[in-house]
Design a binder for this molecule. Structure first.
Ligand SMILES: NC(=O)c1ccc[n+]([C@@H]2O[C@H](COP(=O)([O-])OP(=O)(O)OC[C@H]3O[C@@H](n4cnc5c(N)ncnc54)[C@H](O)[C@@H]3O)[C@@H](O)[C@H]2O)c1
Length: 276
């Protein structure tokens, strides 16, 4: 498998920060930020001066990730005045937990500007065998988790605020054994459009990112199955996994003022796989 540079944005962090001059001092909530793309979003935002409240059901990992990011940015010669990352526990299926995250952001920083609904699960079960518990849990985390996050964001983001939801190429392309997941991400796709329509009244934008295969814990299973891996990569026009860092650029753009007339939209970061 072709690999990518561990941190392709590394050499131009300062340049990218200059592209989004409005970001320093702003405050973001990122769910599912203990690892994977959520951790990358937290770090990428903090590197640009945004304070981040990262929420995850795995609060031990979340706090460790927050400490690691703060330590790394404090000694990064390319990063001036990074934002602070705070780790907190959240179960995104519980509406009150989202409000608690918002309150942490307001108590620590006095404002809230961005909300990233990133937490998700990726269960396997053939459609004929999906249990009531599996479908409920998948919809609870992947769909209700997004809705409850957006509700909390709608209460606290002001005009110019931005929400980004994590959808998937699986919202458009089905995968064997992922019926519950595909259905949940298709729901996120439509929910994003509904939220954009309604929250536009408050000047809040709502967009989504639809990743393809991104190299995180969620996709490690496929590396142990060479046949499935070869088939999967054959169906990616760029023939490799994406790195979490390669999704960050789309996230920053959608949150930023550069996207101030973009809402209800989806950016695919999938190596072209939605076409195959
Ligand atoms: N990795 C991919 O290839 C891929 C592709 C398309 C979409 N996505 C989506 O992107 C998002 C991030 O994916 P990732 O690959 O970084 O995943 P990941 O598994 O690496 O991280 C997901 C995080 O969400 C947390 N989480 C799970 N349930 C939670 C809950 N109830 N409350 C709070 N936190 C919870 C986990 O503890 C974990 O830290 C997900 O929504 C996923 O569906 C991922």
């Amino acid at each position: 498998m072709t690999t990518v540079d561990e941190n392709p944005g590394r050499t131009n962090t300062a340049t990218i920060r200059a592209i989004y001059p409005e970001m320093p001092g702003k405050v973001a909530v990122v769910t599912g930020a203990a690892r994977g793309m959520g951790a990358q979003f937290a770090k990428g935002l903090a590197a640009r001066g945004v304070h981040v409240v990262g929420g995850d059901i795995d609060d031990v990992a979340m706090k460790a990730t927050a400490e690691r990011i703060n330590a790394e940015l404090a000694t990064d010669a390319l990063v001036e005045q990074p934002g602070r990352v705070t780790g907190a526990r959240v179960d995104v299926t519980v509406a009150a937990d989202h409000e608690a995250l918002a309150q942490v952001a307001l108590a620590e920083h006095g404002r809230l500007d961005y909300w990233v609904n990133n937490a998700g699960i990726f269960p396997f079960a053939l459609a004929e065998e999906i249990s009531p518990e599996q479908i409920s849990t998948t919809l609870d985390v992947n769909v209700e988790g997004v809705l409850f996050g957006a509700q909390a964001a709608a209460r606290h983001l002001g005009e110019g605020g931005a929400i980004v939801n994590m959808s998937s190429v699986s919202a458009l392309r089905v995968r064997r054994g992922r019926g519950a997941y595909c259905a949940s991400k298709a729901a996120v796709h439509h929910l994003t459009e509904s939220l954009a329509f309604e929250l536009g009244d408050k000047g809040i934008r709502v967009n989504q990112i639809a990743p393809g295969f991104i190299d995180t814990e969620m996709t490690q299973w496929i590396k142990g199955d060479p046949e499935a891996l070869a088939k999967a990569l054959d169906n990616v026009p760029l023939h490799r996994f994406g790195a979490p860092e390669e999704v960050l650029g789309a996230m920053l753009f959608l949150l930023s003022d550069a996207a101030r007339y973009v809402t209800g939209n989806s950016i695919s970061v999938d190596g072209g796989s939605r076409h195959v």
